[in-house]
Design a protein around this ligand. Structure first.
Ligand code: SF4
Ligand code: SF4
Length: 323
């Protein structure tokens, strides 16, 4: 309970201040074949400093443990409403409404849900517990040149002592570490774990700071500074560019990114162009959130191929669509 209260304080804290965060994990996904080489275990951290309008994992944004509700499974029995000691639930038109100001994600209501419609997102793991889960698949990493990918949410914005300890323990065991990051985290965090990380999978969305603020919730200054920092310290970097019609799917946007990479002599192992793909609103409904943003869309295959050619012509031969 005390831990929950401290954690709730985290959500609105400025990124520059050193804070105590209780790290939570959404999922430890085994046998993943994306987000890095070979067979991987992906660790999804809960909490992110950005607020991307297209986020496919809204449950990963908040640092707090949260109750998720699936209206498709709900049989509208109302048991959960009666069970909640905090009066956080109500049944309206056959659907459960969660008052997030009252819900402390204790999970009591889940025990009484006959429809399996409720679950919590966010679990505290010790570093040893995560290492133990990852180590079980050592053989698969060895035969496939795989390893672990720290993802989220945003792994780099978590408690740096926790993250550093995790990376150190994995490295000692010879496990390949990839960090999938938006780059929106204190530079000090990158500095602390740089020596353990084999590759950064680094998102670059747009060079236009205003567009970045509009669609991502924050400007791109810190993100670009951290990218330069990593490059100056010889980190291996894959650049990942999510592409959205209405946001950054223009030749100028791509040229601006190329100019930035060239101007700063960023050494890139690979560029991944990631076309936006639509998702249902289901995940947002599970958090009682709206997904009404319709000012961006899916780029065509033709546009994606044109962009790939542009990167290749600019010297980035290892540019892939997807990945
Ligand atoms: S998780 Fe706990 S506080 Fe939240 S609705 Fe269920 S019983 Fe109430
Ligand atoms: S207990 Fe489960 S099935 Fe019943 S109303 Fe609540 S969420 Fe729906």
């Amino acid at each position: 309970m005390i831990k929950e209260k401290i954690s709730k304080l985290r959500t609105n804290i400025e990124i520059s201040k050193e804070v105590f965060i209780i790290t939570k994990i959404i999922n430890i996904q085994k046998f993943s074949i994306s987000d890095g080489s070979g067979i991987r275990t992906s660790v999804f951290f809960k909490g992110c400093g950005l607020d991307c309008k297209w986020c496919h994992n809204p449950e990963s944004i908040s640092f707090d443990k949260e109750l998720l509700y699936d209206s498709e499974k709900c049989i509208s029995c109302g048991k959960c409403v009666k069970t909640c000691p905090n009066g956080a639930l109500e049944l309206s038109d056959g659907k459960v409404i969660i008052d997030r100001n009252k819900c402390i994600a204790c999970g009591d209501c889940i025990e009484y849900c006959l429809g399996d419609a409720l679950e919590t997102a966010g679990k505290e793991y010790s570093v040893s517990e995560i290492v133990e889960a990852i180590e079980k698949d050592n053989l698969f990493y060895e035969v496939s040149d795989g390893g672990v990918t720290l993802s989220g949410g945003e792994s780099m914005i978590q408690d740096i002592y926790y993250l550093e300890n995790l990376c150190k323990k994995l490295k000692r065991r010879g496990i390949h570490i990839a960090v999938d990051t938006s780059g929106y985290a204190p530079t000090e965090h990158f500095k602390r774990i740089l020596k353990y990380v084999d590759i950064f999978l680094y998102d670059v969305k747009t060079m236009d700071d205003e567009v970045h603020k509009k669609f991502v919730g924050k400007g791109n200054k810190l993100i670009l500074e951290n990218l330069i920092f990593l490059n100056e310290h010889n980190a291996s970097i894959n650049i990942r560019i999510p592409i959205f019609e209405g946001v950054n799917a223009t030749t100028k946007d791509m040229e601006d990114i190329i100019d930035f990479l060239k101007h700063n002599n960023i050494h890139v192992e690979q560029i991944n162009l990631l076309p936006y793909h639509e998702i249902g609103t289901h995940k947002y409904e599970r958090l009682n959130l709206g997904y009404s943003y319709d000012s961006f869309g899916v780029p065509s295959n033709e546009v994606m191929k044109q962009f790939q050619e542009l990167y290749k012509k600019s010297g980035y031969n290892n540019t892939l669509i997807g990945g």
